[in-house]
Structures are given as structure tokens and as C-alpha cells.
Design a protein around this ligand. Sequence first.
Ligand code: MF3
Ligand code: CO
Length: 239
Amino acid sequence: MLKAGELAAQALELAGRNAVPGISTWELDKIVNDYVVSHGGSSPCKGYGGFPGHNCFSINEQLIHGIPSKKVILREGDIISCDIVAELNGFMGDNTKTFRVGKVSEEADRLLRVTEEALYKGIEQAVAGNRIGDISNAVQTHVEANGYAVCRKYIGHGIGRDMHEDPEVPNFGRPGRGPRLCKGMTIAIEPMVNTNFPEVNILSDGWTVVTTDGSLSAHFENTVAITDGAPLILTQPEH
Ligand code: MF3
Ligand code: CO
């Protein structure tokens, strides 16, 4: 899991370095997949439920599941969520960051900062003896205290040999509720945060999830292991 997480994190960094004005999300997807494959891994999103790309690239009002496309060209001021899953030796690493393309608005900047903070508030709760609801509530509380909304329709998940395993890891909930966290569990915590409303729509391509009012959305994700002590973030470029 450490090795898969490391590869997924390095691939995500590479996506971030290449997320500059003028590049298409198709090119980004190719750069990332080529990197993963050249390091002995694979991109399990390709073909997952029929998904056409290797990874998801979601711009501005798009939360998740944006399909890589030659027609989608990044522009200065965009924000782009790069959701990268890598498989290595039968294990999965899953991570996401929303990157700033050049200089972004103050509004976008704040949304990204709060969403990333919410991810780390959730991770802090990922300790043995706590429950999933402690993670969920920490994320939700931070997001809502800052005036934003968490998406309810899509949630985090257990992860291991499969990309999606039990337990579910919602970004909303009550402390002390849900499955208990035990040493050795590996979960993907992934707040999806909308500027105004929790509701979402799916575009006619059947995949791209967008905010209902066209306002910005951000997404940060790490794969995390429950240990004897502090949470271990598996999706780090260096361990
Ligand atoms: N990486 C996503 C997650 O966080 C799943 C991608 S959906 C797929 O769970 F269709 F692209 F695989
Ligand atoms: Co995930």
C-alpha cells in the first residue's frame, strides 16, 4: 500500500506541475498514465464502470469524474481537480488535489484552502478506536464553519486490493457513529466541497459531476492507514 500510494502521489505531483494554461486534459491524462506505467503500475480507473479515461480531471464547477478530452484546454484562472489512482503489485493508491492554473480568484483560493484543511481535519481523526463518524463530522464541521457545503452524493471509501472497499467514508455525519477504526485499515478520505449548495448534477456525457448553480467546487483526497499511533498518509511522494 505504501508503494502504490507513493506512485499515486508522484503521479499527482506530475499532474500538478503540468496543469498550466494551454494544456488539454487529454494530454494531462497521457502524461500521468505514461508515468504510472513506466514505473510498473497501472491506472485502474480506465474502463471502471466504463470510464473512458485513465484518471479524472474536473475543472471549475466540476466536482469529480471529468473525462479527459483534447477539447478541454486549461486557461489561466481555472482550478482543476486531478483525481489519480495507481495500482502497483495488486494494491491501490488513490489521491486528489485541486490545483490552481496560474493566478486564480481570491474566492477560488479560499475554497481550495478550506477544502484541503478539511481533508487534514478528517485525517487527524483517523486513529484506532475512533469511528468513521468522527472523520465525517470533522470534515463537515470545518467546511460548514467556512460557509461552504459538502457533497453528500459521493463519498470516500475503504481501499486496498480494490479501489472501492468497505467502509464508506462520508464527508458528513455525527461523531461517535459508524464503523470503528482498527489498526491496519486503509481508507480514502476525500472531501468534495461546493461553494454554495451540496446538490450536484451529472452532465449528458454520463460522468461529469457538476454543481447545480455553476459555482466552483474543490476536491482533496489521501489514502490513509490506521496505525497504533498517528494516521499514516500513504499517498505521499516520499516516505
Ligand atoms: N478516484 C475516484 C475515487 O476517489 C474514482 C474514480 S471513478 C472512475 O473513488 F470511474 F474514474 F474510476
Ligand atoms: Co477515492
